[in-house]
Design a protein around this ligand. Structure first.
Ligand code: WT7
Length: 691
């Protein structure tokens, strides 16, 4: 399958809500047993960045918000801030106000004096016979400056403009982001595997006039012609009222254009045809205000329309730099590989901004983790002597499934390993720790979200033991709490689930939802705010939308999403978006999407559809629904199965009972359905699905 980037590491989980497995949080809690601790290896502790147990005391709420100056002090500011936190307009937090800095300067320029010859980025092409490219900090400086000069002088881009970037995993993507940051241009990177439709929606919402893309790339041994999506996205955006004036196309292979879709006169420019005109040019980094927007990152919510988390320059960069140092334990001498895609927040924070701000060497791998064989990641780790490795439960499950013994065949030495994106099953965790990490690496399970910029819960690797399946306590500075439906605090150790919230603001938190302040307040802060008129930050807990359980030891176990969002391959997809795509198929009357459990991917969408009266059911509908979902959203959302059913189970008020459908798909307990408007349909569907 040509563009199957749904296999991308990043990757499935258990939703707890309506679309989920039909099990309540409390029931899950009852079935789970406490796991035993694993101590971090002594060799790790001996070299760790953070070994001071006092850190939790220093970062107690009593010292809020001043403790966060420790994070901001990791950066170079052209002007120091005067206010650590401006919380005068809750919940719109502004960090390090009065301060000025530039993200590109912090990730590149400031390392030149000491480390210009050090590798900043390794680009690892998917084809193994193509050489790996090591880009030094000096070389990155040159490329970023030249591209920034072109954006500014050739295209006329200015601070505050938005640009949509739809690119694969290549070094030019990082160069593009850093060039934008240098100019104060707000980048909105759209995951390369997303469809033209998804790209167009993001162009329109962000108000971009420029699209940056690439001709093509390698994925699973196949050349993907990517430029086609740019042509389609520009046309779709035009129909929706947004004109793209320039499409800038990087070439995957310098000097040879790899797309069968030609250049549109007056609109399209091949970057490496024109960049020569800017050779040797330097662009002074713009002094950005701390609270200026660095980038937009789209994510799914419970309504169909994707929303962009708007991340700040000073707060965000301070936060990801601190997390990279304290939790990922990155040092300038480390070689760090995060397998996520830069098109997700994990890649922004932990391939590009965090590791580069610390002057480390970060790897950008173009392709699929199992190409050409399941040994690829471990071979790459050996070859580049990677010592910090970052991936997701889906990728771990997939790698275990196809090659449980593969890691033992290669010589690499991880000091730390990361898991992110969804809850990890304790068994899968143990394989990661024992086989991939050879019991010689600390493992951190980092719980956070697109909106947060960086980690919320994780153990500090040298200070706290690991517990499989649990993310751990709040990271230093983060004070999580679990509330029940009525806003009462659920104490530790009850075995009861609830809604995890964060008591305090933090610098990595988004500035807002781009263009939609009301949705920002409604989605994240209205739920547990008792007094909307209050100006005190304490009255505005952040509502994450995940179910969680707090054990006696203060470790949080995340249960999954509680809204109509399913976590596929570690990334949130709105069930309504998928349903909307299904409804585009002529003849389809209703659609319901549920999260079906999958051994490797964790969770995949399954679709139940009914047809309009008089329409004759046929296999075709299944194919058409799948095609429509892939076209509208991308292969990541590809349904595993489409069921044509005579009717959908509904409440008397007409609400589709996705929970019941999910239980059928997952062969779970359906519970009492007698109060439904049409209980008889449940058995019929069960017969179809479970036979
Ligand atoms: C949702 C956020 C930010 C990372 C990539 C996903 C789930 C994330 C964990 C974890 C259990 C996790 C949550 C969260 N999640 N990390 N370590 N353990 N669940 O970003 O697309 O914004 O999704 O991913 O459900 O709300 P995202």
């Amino acid at each position: 399958m040509p563009d199957e980037r749904d296999e991308v590491p990043g990757t499935g989980s258990s939703a707890v809500g309506d679309a989920g497995g039909g099990v309540s949080e409390t029931e899950i809690a009852v079935h789970w047993q406490e796991e035993e601790y694993y101590e971090p290896p002594a060799s790790f502790v001996a070299q760790a960045n953070l070994t001071d147990p006092q850190v939790y005391e220093r970062f107690s709420l009593e010292h809020f918000p001043d403790y966060y100056t420790e994070f901001a002090d990791l950066l170079d500011w052209s002007k120091r801030w005067d206010t650590v936190l401006d919380s005068s307009n809750p919940p719109f937090w502004r960090w390090f106000v009065g301060g000025e800095l530039n993200a590109s300067y912090n990730c590149i320029d400031r390392h030149l004096e000491q480390a210009k010859n050090k590798t900043a980025l390794y680009f690892v092409p998917e084809p193994e016979d193509e050489p790996i490219e090591a880009i030094t900090y000096q070389e990155l400086f040159v490329r970023v400056n030249e591209f920034a000069a072109y954006l500014r002088d050739g295209i006329g881009m200015q601070r505050g403009d938005r640009v949509t970037v739809h690119m694969p995993m290549v070094s030019q993507l990082a160069v593009t982001m850093l060039a934008c940051a240098r100019l104060g241009v707000i980048h909105s990177v759209v995951f390369g595997g997303f469809s033209a439709r998804a790209c167009a929606d993001r162009i329109v919402d962000s108000g971009s006039s420029v699209l940056i893309t690439m001709d093509g790339y390698w994925r699973d041994g196949k050349w993907i012609d990517h430029k086609e999506k740019a042509d389609q996205a520009v046309e779709m955006a035009r129909q929706d009222g947004r004109a793209i004036s320039s499409v800038l196309i990087w070439r995957r292979n310098r000097g040879s254009y790899g797309s069968s879709f030609g250049l549109v006169e007056g609109r399209d420019v091949v970057v490496d045809d024109v960049i020569g005109q800017y050779r040797g040019q330097r662009v002074e980094p713009e002094a950005m205000r701390s609270e200026d927007t660095l980038f937009l990152m789209y994510t799914s919510g419970s309504t169909g329309k994707p929303k962009a988390a708007q991340h700040s320059t000073g707060g965000y960069l301070s936060y990801v730099t601190a997390m990279s140092k304290l939790i990922l334990d990155i040092k300038p001498t480390d070689v760090y590989w995060c397998m996520a895609d830069i098109g997700w927040i994990t890649g922004h924070s932990f391939i590009v901004y965090g590791p580069l701000a610390l002057g480390a060497s970060s790897i950008i791998y173009e392709g699929s983790p199992t190409y050409p064989d399941p040994g690829r990641p471990w071979r790459l780790a050996e070859r580049l002597d990677v010592n910090i490795f970052h991936t997701s439960p889906t990728a771990i499950r997939a790698l275990r499934k196809v090659g449980a013994e593969e890691p033992t065949k290669y010589h690499y030495n991880f000091k730390l390993m990361v898991t992110v994106g969804e809850p990890i099953e304790p068994d899968v965790w143990r394989w990661y720790y024992n086989v991939v990490g050879r019991r010689n690496a600390a493992v951190v399970d980092t719980w956070w979200q697109t909106e947060n910029g960086g980690f919320l819960c994780s153990t500090v690797p040298a200070l706290k033991p690991m517990k499989p399946g649990s993310a751990g306590p709040g990271v230093p500075g983060i004070h999580p709490v679990i509330y029940d439906e009525d806003g009462n605090e659920v104490p530790a150790g009850t075995g009861k689930g609830g809604n995890i919230c964060i008591r305090n603001p933090w610098p990595g938190s988004m500035l807002g939802i781009w263009g939609d302040p009301d949705r920002y307040v409604a989605t994240y802060y209205a739920r547990y705010c008792k007094d909307p008129g209050s100006k005190a930050w304490r009255d505005w807990p952040y509502f994450a939308g995940d179910g969680a359980m707090l054990a006696k030891d203060g470790y949080f176990r995340i249960l999954g999403r509680i809204d109509d969002v399913i976590n596929v391959a570690g990334h949130r997809l709105g069930t309504k978006e998928i349903e909307a795509a299904a409804l585009k198929v002529a003849g389809v009357a209703e659609a319901a999407v549920v999260a079906a459990h999958d051994e490797v991917k964790g969770v995949v969408p399954e679709v139940f559809v009914t047809l309009l009266p008089g329409v004759v059911p046929s296999e075709e509908f299944g194919t058409q629904v799948v095609d429509s979902v892939v076209r509208e959203i991308g292969p990541i959302a590809r349904p595993r199965k489409v069921w044509l059913v005579p009717d959908l189970p509904k409440t008397r008020s007409g609400k589709i009972m996705r929970r019941v459908l999910a239980s059928i798909s997952n062969r779970g307990d359906i519970g009492d359905v007698t109060s439904l408007a049409n209980p008889e349909i449940v058995e019929q569907i069960q017969g179809m699905v479970q036979s």
